[in-house]
Design a binder for this molecule. Structure first.
Ligand code: FES
Length: 512
């Protein structure tokens, strides 16, 4: 199993050896310290290093071992919240800038792959948006017109997507989307960062991040990185305790990978208009022998920590796929990942809100994480280097669109509701009712306990209170993690923090 991976493993994790880097073992100085070695952090570090900055990248795991290694690696300017909705939130100019920036991100990746000769299977291909059952043709017509107004003049409506497997019905084509093997791409970025004088430290957790001239990052091992600027690229910003987490919501998404005979499905991307929507793509990596490819189908998203049927979601994706792609053979991989859905659809990239002058963040990857991450690399490099950038107001973390207020209120009402679980009974009456290799929250007097029983029946108990803002965590049986339903923090079965905004492990169980 790929070090640092969870019980499910993605196609990318299984088919690439991530370059290893040692932990930071002493104090260090850099122009810029980047926290997080996913695609956002690595792209930012790469572009800053190219611009002549001395960069240090730290990550508490390996390169790409967080959410970057769990995407489906689709690189799109077809936005999952639609251009006609973006126009309502940001106006036609805002939608145009969004289209321009996502298109530029695809081009930037293509340029980097060519310049650095990265062997990651980068490929351009067309994407097709088609109606889910009961979907309205008008949505596609509205999106066609809005995409043209946004400057994507080559989108077009077709009677169906060009595949024989099933009739999609009317479909909106977005030309020149792209895909690649994300971990091989990150390896290429890592080599280039090192070549350009950058330093990368894995298994190095940021514990404190302090703004100032200079800024300081203190690691969990007690070392200090002194830097002119700090970029927090940890998917969910671990430096921000509250503000950003009211502007976005954490969702889990599920992917199933099928073996298919080469040539039976054309190399295109597909998305339907469901909510949550299905996404489909085809890749060459991961199937021994050249006669096969991998069909990736994803969807079944839900708010993190708010679903008990995580395993069923793979079953539903498989059934959806087999109805439409009867040539799909055995299942090669199943995995889930996490995304942060901003209330106004676009990522937050720029200076951390508040008084911070030298702390920058990137978060709110949404369903367009690869392009948002690459936009972050370009935008943050410009901001740090003192250059103007036309996208900075659109992605400014201190703003949200006034018109997203209903969505903002809905997501935060959902969070407020989660605190009621302080008052509810446990999931089960006691540890005796927990099957092996599973977990459940139990009530013990005033306390809620996160109890995990391993494969041999040994029980580990931790407090079920999330160390971020004190919601009660929920057991995720697919990933064997404790997931927080409020802002998406996750902890492994023994309570060790896997992803923020929490930065501390679950506390010992009261009385233990
Ligand atoms: Fe905020 Fe758990 S992630 S309370």
């Amino acid at each position: 199993m790929h070090p640092g991976s969870r019980p499910t493993e993605s196609l990318w994790m299984d088919t690439a050896d991530t370059l290893p880097f040692p932990p930071l073992a002493e104090d260090a100085r850099a122009h810029v310290c980047v926290i997080g070695a996913g695609i956002a952090g690595m792209t930012t570090a790469y572009l800053l290093a190219r611009a002549g900055k001395a960069v240090i990248v730290i990550d508490d795991g390996l390169i790409g071992a967080g959410e970057s290694g769990r995407t489906t690696a689709n690189i799109c300017n077809a936005l999952d919240d639609y251009y006609h909705r973006l126009e309502k939130l940001f106006g036609e100019d805002g939608a145009r800038l969004a289209a321009e920036s996502h298109t530029a991100a695809i081009q930037k990746i293509e340029e980097i792959v060519a310049l650095e000769a990265i062997d990651c299977g980068f490929q351009r291909l067309d994407g097709f948006l088609f109606l889910h059952e009961g979907g309205s043709r008008k949505l596609l017509e509205d999106e066609l017109e809005a995409s043209h107004r946004a400057g994507l003049s080559d989108t077009g409506l077709f009677e169906r997507a060009p595949l024989d497997a099933f009739d999609t019905g009317i479909a909106l084509r977005f030309p020149r989307q792209a895909q690649f093997h994300i971990l091989r791409y990150l390896n290429g970025l890592a080599l280039a960062i090192i070549r350009d004088g950058g330093r990368i430290y894995c298994h190095t957790r940021a514990k404190d991040i302090e703004d100032g001239v200079p800024a300081h990052v203190t690691t969990a091992d007690g070392h200090t990185i002194t830097a002119d600027d700090v970029v927090v690229a940890t998917n969910s910003p671990v430096n921000d305790w509250m503000v950003m987490h009211t502007k976005q919501a954490a969702y889990r998404t599920y992917v199933v990978a099928f073996r298919v005979k080469k040539g039976t499905i054309p190399r295109i991307m597909l998305w339907d208009t469901g909510n949550p929507y299905h996404y489909v793509s085809l890749h060459s990596s991961g199937v021994p022998g050249s006669d096969y490819e991998v069909l990736l189908v994803g969807g079944e998203d839900h708010r993190t920590g708010q679903a008990e049927d995580t395993g069923e979601r793979f079953v539903r994706i498989e059934s959806w796929t087999r109805e439409r792609f009867p040539m799909a053979e055995d299942v090669l991989y199943r995995w889930s990942g996490q995304l942060l859905q901003p209330v106004d659809s676009l990522a937050f990239i720029g200076k951390n809100p508040g008084a911070d002058e030298h702390i920058y963040i990137v978060t709110g990857d949404s369903g367009n994480g690869i392009t948002h991450a690459t936009i972050a690399g370009m935008l943050l490099t410009d901001l740090i280097c003192g250059c103007d950038n036309p996208w900075k107001d659109l992605y400014d973390p201190s703003c949200i669109s006034f018109r997203s207020a209903p969505s903002y209120a809905k997501e935060n009402f959902n969070i407020a509701e989660q605190y009621s679980s302080w008052l509810t009974p446990g999931d089960v009456g006691g540890v005796d009712e927990i099957p092996n290799d599973s977990g459940a929250v139990i009530r013990r007097g005033m306390h809620k306990i996160a109890a995990y029983k391993d494969a041999d029946g040994n029980v580990t108990e931790r407090s079920a209170v999330c160390t971020h803002l004190y919601c009660i965590v929920d057991w995720n049986d697919t990933e064997k993690t404790w997931d927080c339903p409020c802002h998406g923090s996750r902890f492994d079965q023994y309570g060790k923090v896997v992803s923020g905004p929490a930065i501390a492990d679950l506390d010992p169980a009261p009385g233990s």
